[in-house]
Design a binder for this molecule. Structure first.
Ligand SMILES: NC(=O)c1ccc[n+]([C@@H]2O[C@H](COP(=O)([O-])OP(=O)(O)OC[C@H]3O[C@@H](n4cnc5c(N)ncnc54)[C@H](O)[C@@H]3O)[C@@H](O)[C@H]2O)c1
Ligand SMILES: [Zn+2]
Ligand SMILES: [Zn+2]
Length: 339
């Protein structure tokens, strides 16, 4: 089968490799659509904390089940599915609480234990499978994974009031967070992005305001919008040196800051702000299965995110897909690879 391998920094090669052989508790999926994710760029660009090429990237997939292992009970050949791309050891204190995302021994695609999804056929354990309704396109099925990240980032907040939310960075994750936040009832949502196209996308998808943090003072804007109080919650979905300070300055007393962005270098921040205003800061790492299911339910209920798909290409053009997302020379939110 065809596979797209990152063989060196920013270099993809299409190679023929063997199809995965499924275990008794696994299914084999013929990929229909796979998504290129901002987090794939870390290995591609060489900024990943520990992973290095060569690797098969990708963890967002929708396709058809073509084979099932002999112990598989809930999935059958022909099912249209997506995959929650992680599973834990099942035994540690985190797995016991459903926190698979925090299991020290969790297995994720694109590693020695599990192939990445930029391949024609992908194996996955039965427990990671989520079914797609017949009315759901494979592209929307592939969007469930990043949508689950947005669901979790918002579910981690404990704010009671939902008057104002600030989303710093309106790439795929920031925009999906905007969509979920609207559904959750946040009244005013301010997005920031340095790219004009992303600010436009934010407005089209219901942001109250979308500002460029380079030329506009985000704190000023948020204070004006909230009668001087500040936002209830700020979510960080982009990396920049001053981004934590922007978030802490935007929120009101007892406000919360959630960090979704994987910022792998050290950045400074002013802790005094957190103390005097009794702010709470949390991280949001992927999702638990219940978040993934909630995202799958939203898509199965008809949530349409097709306007976020800005480029579609075949697997031969995986290099281009990663370059487009990495270089941002063209308008881009989500790049899809179709088989
Ligand atoms: N925590 C998790 O589980 C998880 C999951 C997926 C992605 N991520 C991380 O979330 C981040 C966003 O992912 P994405 O897929 O949306 O990436 P993306 O590249 O699509 O989006 C990032 C956006 O930030 C904008 N930006 C750059 N500098 C900015 C600044 N100073 N202020 C505001 N916006 C700025 C860019 O123009 C871009 O639109 C990445 O760091 C990614 O690794 C985390
Ligand atoms: Zn992803
Ligand atoms: Zn575990």
């Amino acid at each position: 089968m065809k596979a797209a391998l990152v063989t060196d920094l920013e270099k993809v090669s299409i190679q023929e490799i063997d199809r995965p052989i499924i275990k008794d508790d696994e299914v084999l999926i013929k990929a229909k659509t796979v998504g290129v994710c901002g987090s794939d760029l870390h290995l591609f660009r060489g900024t990943h904390a520990f992973r290095k090429p060569p690797a098969i990237l990708g963890h967002e997939i929708a396709g058809d089940v073509v084979e099932i292992g002999k112990n598989v009970k809930t999935v059958k050949v022909g099912d249209r599915v997506t995959v929650e791309p992680q599973y834990g050891c099942g035994e540690c204190e985190y797995c016991q609480q459903g926190l698979v995302n925090l299991c020290a021994n969790k297995v994720v695609p694109g590693t020695a234990k599990w192939i990445g999804v930029f391949v024609e056929y992908f194996n996955a354990p039965e427990r990671t499978i989520h079914k797609l309704n017949d009315s759901v396109s494979y592209q929307m099925g592939t969007m469930i994974e990043p949508l689950a990240v947005a669901v979790r980032a918002l579910r981690r907040a404990t704010v009671k009031e939902k008057d104002c939310l600030v989303i710093l960075g309106a790439g795929t994750i920031g925009l999906l967070t905007l969509v979920v936040a609207k559904q959750m009832g946040y009244k005013k949502i301010v997005c920031t992005d340095t790219a004009e196209f992303n600010r436009e996308m934010a407005i089209k998808n219901g942001a109250t305001l979308a500002i460029n943090p380079i030329d506009t003072d985000i704190v000023d804007v948020v204070k004006k919008l909230t009668d001087g109080k500040g936002a209830d919650l700020a979510l960080i979905a982009a990396g920049a040196n001053n981004i934590v300070d922007q978030a802490t300055a935007c929120v009101k007393k007892r406000g919360e800051i959630g960090i979704i962005a994987m910022i792998t270098e050290k950045i400074p921040f002013y802790s005094y702000q957190i103390v005097i205003n009794e702010l709470t800061m949390y991280g949001a790492m992927t999702y638990e299965t219940k978040d993934f299911k909630e995202a799958a339910d939203m898509i199965n209920a008809g949530l349409d995110l097709s306007s976020f798909i800005t480029q579609t290409m075949d697997i031969e053009h995986t290099q281009k897909g990663l370059d487009v997302l990495s270089q941002k020379k063209e308008h881009v939110v989500k790049v899809m690879i179709e088989f």
